[in-house]
Write a protein of this length. Structure first.
Lengths: 134, 134
DNA sequence: GGACAACGTCACCTCAAGGTAACCACCATG
DNA sequence: CATGGTGGTTACCTTGAGGTGACGTTGTCC
């Protein structure tokens, strides 16, 4: 799903312009990348309430696999959204926290979540209607 | 920005109540899942500038396959984001336009796009650093 | 000694999203 | 006649995101 957005530059210009944004490069590509994977947004929003350790995150998001937790955290770290700090305690503990960049994305995510929260009922209804018509 | 953050955190709290739940039980996650496919957002933003016909959309988004255009439009229609109107002209033409629901999602998308535009440079830099360190 | 909790890595497999290309009907134009 | 533009459908295939489960290392506790 990631690589294919790479070529959408042309229209991104178009609709970026519509939203009143400078054209240049395609910023949306990266964002859609993040949005469209299954766990990044969930992880960011979970870390929004404060730094957490690895198994603490596992407990708070029971349906994420260990592999995907590791992998998504690495990706977020790579993107500068999350910082990883290892404490040299007896069993070494690792703390993940949002960076300033990571915190800044909470705002647009928040809008999206609010939108979803306000409209999922309408969407469900629309789906039901549509499916019944078919 | 300050107000926006606080506003966002309200919904983050709501959200966190649902985080532990499987996707099926979290309506927000369900909705966001739909939004996060490869073409939905692009299509919505393309239709943001006005109603368009099928092949008009194909031309504006050259790298979408016919199949995926049809499919994504159907999904959006099913979710009540897009309405489809067939005109009984000589070669019947079909017009797609955003519904009120579809238009309402432009706002949160817009915030996301703005965020991406403001921060993609930082992200790129962070990635480069991270990759070099490894 | 055995279990468990800390934080992972690795190999393997599945499943569906998405791409490709062929096909349909209809009509206009050259 | 043939090409091209309407708006699709269908069958087939590839890709990779994500899940599963085993293994590992260092310690502590019972």
């Amino acid at each position: 799903m990631r690589a294919a957005l790479e070529e959408a530059t042309v229209f991104v210009e178009k609709w970026s312009a519509n939203v009143g944004l400078p054209v240049g490069n395609c910023p949306v590509r990266g964002v859609l990348d993040k949005i469209s994977d299954k766990w990044s947004m969930l992880l960011v929003m979970t870390l929004a309430s404060g730094p957490k350790r690895f198994n603490q995150l596992r407990r708070e998001i029971p349906d994420i696999s260990q592999k995907m937790l590791t992998q998504t955290l690495r990706d977020l770290q790579r993107d500068g959204m999350v910082s990883r700090q290892v404490f040299d305690t007896k069993p070494p503990s690792v703390e993940y926290r949002l960076t300033a960049l990571g915190e800044s994305v909470i705002v647009p995510f928040g809008y999206l979540i609010r939108w979803a929260d306000e409209n999922f009922a309408d969407i469900d209804r629309s789906r039901a209607e549509f499916d019944q018509a078919a």
